[in-house]
Design a protein around this ligand. Structure first.
Ligand code: SF4
Length: 404
């Protein structure tokens, strides 16, 4: 590794236990999750206390780190339950908690947990970063609205570890500090219940013509004036690493296993290759192709480059079509060259598929046969989580994802 380059941590979302496993097996150094309470993603599956204990065991068994999001803006009634929850996380062996609220920070300080300041705290300058560091925070997750020069300036002026988002969905508001969802639906983004109202289709209504909707569209599909593109800093990964941040975070606790595995695999390879030889590094076409296969809206570098990047996408609020996720390889038999696949989407004999492997290259083939657990031949694997075997053209790693 080049002497001036410090390899950053790759931090991935764990919306449930399976996604946590996928993130770590595909190469993340650390994962973040939310418990059933006090995390700003109430619509992801989130972890029970039993699952948290199992998740800590699994993560530490691989020598990696696990952080708990406790980034709710707490009300008075939350204080005692939050304190009890933090004590549980401390006892469970979680490595750090991600907090936004100063009350929660003060409670976390009374435990042995490391404290990371959430992006919800909107740290945009080195004075704020230093202040949180002096209050006991080990790491600051910077606001997404910063340029690389501003990030580097905070790095020079603050000794705390810094973390930034490198990939995933963005808010049109200031890093999630938004009342749109609360105003329109009563569901509060600052309490983890955002309905993504910024992605809805909007019309103009003249105040005396109730019920008459005037379209304000750029085209026939409507107008999505607040629909943000997704962040992708893969093309800027060299500048990101040179900025000296300690941790690079992928957004998406509510996203699929396919998204987590694909994004982690790409950024793992890019970070490793850049740090091994920064002078001769270039972004590979196959990485860009893989990021196009996972669910996403059109990409943007957001605020990072400091120029006029497009940040909204006006055509549709729906994610672009991604590779269809068909199953997870649970076992491989080298003698028979067959893979045992836990099915997630329908596939049939004669279908072209590809295998995304945790470490090896992607390979494609045609499904020539499908057998159920009793060895009976099937023409299709139609049932969710049905376990079948299929012949494979190449040795395939366990935890590979079969897609079409
Ligand atoms: S409505 Fe949109 S901008 Fe507001 S918090 Fe939700 S996702 Fe973010």
């Amino acid at each position: 590794m080049s002497t001036n380059i410090v390899k950053p941590e790759l931090l991935a979302p764990a919306g449930n236990f399976e996604k946590l496993q996928a993130a770590l097996i595909y190469g993340a150094d650390a994962v973040y999750f939310g418990g059933k309470d006090f995390s700003l993603r109430t619509m992801s599956d989130n972890f029970t206390r039993e699952e948290i204990l199992a998740a800590v065991d699994f993560t530490h068994g691989l020598g990696k780190k696990i952080y708990a999001a406790v980034n709710v803006f707490a009300r008075n009634a939350d204080i005692e339950p939050v304190a009890e929850y933090l004590a549980f996380l401390d006892g469970a062996g979680v490595d750090a908690v991600i907090v936004s609220d100063l009350g929660v920070l003060s409670l976390a300080k009374a435990t042995n947990l490391d404290v990371h300041i959430s992006t919800q705290a909107n740290v945009t300058n080195h004075r704020a970063a230093k202040f949180f560091h002096e209050l006991g925070a080990k790491r600051i997750v910077l606001a997404r609205e910063l340029t690389r020069d501003e990030i580097a300036d905070i790095r020079r002026n603050c000794a705390a570890e810094l973390e930034i988002f490198i990939h995933g969905a963005m808010c049109i508001s200031y890093s999630g500090r938004c009342w749109l969802s609360k105003f329109l639906t009563g569901r509060d983004a600052n309490q983890g219940s955002c309905t993504h109202s910024c992605r809805w289709k909007y019309n103009l209504v003249e105040e005396t013509r109730e019920g008459e909707f005037f379209p304000v569209g750029e085209d026939t599909r409507g107008t999505y004036v607040m629909n943000s593109r997704d962040l992708c800093l893969l093309p800027n990964i060299g500048d990101v690493i040179r900025s000296g941040v300690a941790s690079l975070k992928i957004e998406g606790r509510m996203k699929s296993v396919n998204y987590v595995a694909g994004a982690v695999k790409v950024y793992r390879a890019a970070i490793d290759e850049f740090c091994a030889d920064p002078e001769n590094f270039s972004v590979r076409d196959e990485w860009i192709a893989e990021l196009d296969k996972i669910p996403h809206r059109p990409y943007t570098a957001g605020f990072f480059t400091g120029d006029a990047q497009p940040t909204e996408f006006y055509s549709t609020s729906k994610p672009q079509r991604a590779a269809k996720f068909l199953g997870i390889v649970r076992a491989f038999n080298a003698a028979t060259m067959t893979a045992t696949v836990e099915q997630r989407g329908k596939f049939v004999v004669g279908q072209s598929v590809e295998f995304l492997q945790p470490r090896g290259k992607i390979f494609s083939q045609t499904i020539t046969a499908i057998r159920d657990e009793l060895g009976k031949e099937l023409s299709a694997a139609p049932h969710a989580q049905q376990v079948v075997t299929v012949p494979v053209a190449e040795p395939v790693e366990i935890w590979s994802l079969m897609r079409s």
